[in-house]
Ligand binder design. Sequence first.
Ligand code: WTA
Length: 646
Amino acid sequence: MSQLYPVPDHIKSKAKIDNDGYKKLYQQSIDDPEGFWSEHGKRITWFTPYNKVKNTTFEPGKVSIKWYEDGTLNACYNCVDRHLADKADKTAIIWEGDDPSVDKHITYRELHKEVSRFANGLKKLGIGKGDRVAIYMPMVPEAAYAMLACARIGAVHSVIFGGFSPNAIADRINDCQAKAIITADEGRRGGSTIGLKANVDKALSDGACPSLEHSIVCRVTEGNVDWTEGRDVWWHELIGDVSDECQAEVMSAEDPLFILYTSGSTGKPKGVVHTTGGYMVYASMTHEYVFDYHDDDVYWCAADVGWITGHSYIVYGPLANGATTLMFEGVPTYPGVGRIGEIVDKHKVNILYTAPTAIRALMAKGDEAAKTSTRESLRILGSVGEPINPEAWEWYHRAIGNGKCPIMDTWWQTENGGILITPLPGATDLKPGSATRPFFGIQPALVDSEGNVQEGEAEGGLVINDSWPGQMRTLWGDHERFEQTYFSTFKNRYFSGDGARRDADGYYWITGRMDDVLNVSGHRLGTAEIESALVAHKSVAEAAVVGYPHDLKGQGIYVYITPVEGVEVTEELTKEVRNWVRSELSPIATPDLIHWTTGLPKTRSGKIMRRILRKIAANEYENLGDTSTLADPSVVDSLIENRMNK
Ligand code: WTA
């Protein structure tokens, strides 16, 4: 039985919702979704109010998700313009540089000007409603300006995480047929620089991205860059002569706001499509209630804008709520492990939302991370991206939160738009390691492999029975794959791909992915993507990638490779293959362990038995299961014998 952390009094007295309030509102949201979301949709400013609220079906072959479909609005208007009347001089963004001596406060008035000017710059290039624009930026305010400027003119942005390599950039540009990319000369992280424009140049070389017409370059480090006349344009030159005013485009609730690529268990990354109305309602509402956000709070989500967490909880959610949102350029361990706390003290941060991987990295240094700061301003903590182990939870609570800040362990996915399962600060007694209870309107269920719903205390596949406004609408250009991926395993339900357990109190405990998706330091990676990068190497004949438990990263990447015949396996080659994956895909996909083998366990029909590979990688040799169907069972013994040391 894990320890229970009741809602502290100082949180209860300030919180917007207590436990009775949660239960009442939750019940209402399930009994009458239409009425509930009709009411809460009003938190967003609409140009034309909606009359229709929910029009959704998960029915096989007909999956269709529409919310507020006859309303019109603009996401940027909601994040910027509507605050000008009463919050023009309030800080919208606090930007904290990689270098601790550099920071910047941007008011809502300034945000309005910067975004409008850049939106006018985009228009000058002929970019407009419905065009796709890729964004490959470091964590600088211009990344948020770029997203908001796209939203303002109705262009659909697709942010590509700054850690991705040229091939990954090109794949994403081509999949959504982006007309422009917005990038920077270089980015800064942990005291070093990353050549972002150089990566874009490589992605675009040899006519690899025919749809792309413009590359807009923001000057961040003033590092040297190559230049392609006609294609490349400096951000500051583009906006040199434009007006400060730019009318926000009238968008329909179901017009796409952005595409964000994420990894699945098979094939290329999937272009998750989020639309405007429902997403804004859900992002802003979850931001307010999950973090018990109050008007005077300083709020910091330490994610990267390249991931969904950055979209919903650095940019759209907090700005829609008129919040002060902190954006951090660097990493938690630079210049020292005390950095997070130092930033909290410097900017008097009240709400801190980060990932277990960052927490574990700091925890590994004892209490060093807490020594250079008091963190007295903190009230609420959050965690996202992977299961948080109870030890890390306890440490976060004690060492970072001084034992007084409740931790919101938020479970959700790129596909969900916003948080689905989470505690609420004033309502939920906490159990370390549990994401606890569903947010309003969310109906989770656990199913067995046949799709039978399990009642009471149970474990199973985590599905959601009905739609919520922030849910993705489709995969870009592939609605069939959308249905196939999320709605075909369990009919009439959305399948998350995660497994979970529900305890006697109805609390959910996420057990992790049930498919071939890895979660490495909170980064989501498909084994298929890593395998396809591996087999593109001339010495690799065949590759199979699995995850294994890793103390710091949550999951590590374990790679089995069969070399091309005649190739001599050397340490040099292993190093080369490791670097190959880094440059083909991303440094975040770097293999931790490479296991060369003369054969992989396959069925007689040639299918690789990943179950066995996962067990060997995890050092679990008992219960290997039935190996009698293998074409050559002796392969398994040899793999076990040569298991790479941790
Ligand atoms: C995992 C990130 C346990 C999960 C917002 C999910 C979590 C995947 C949690 C989505 C949590 C996210 N506890 N696991 N609190 N939050 N996950 O799309 O496996 O990058 O399916 O979205 O991360 O990752 P994604």
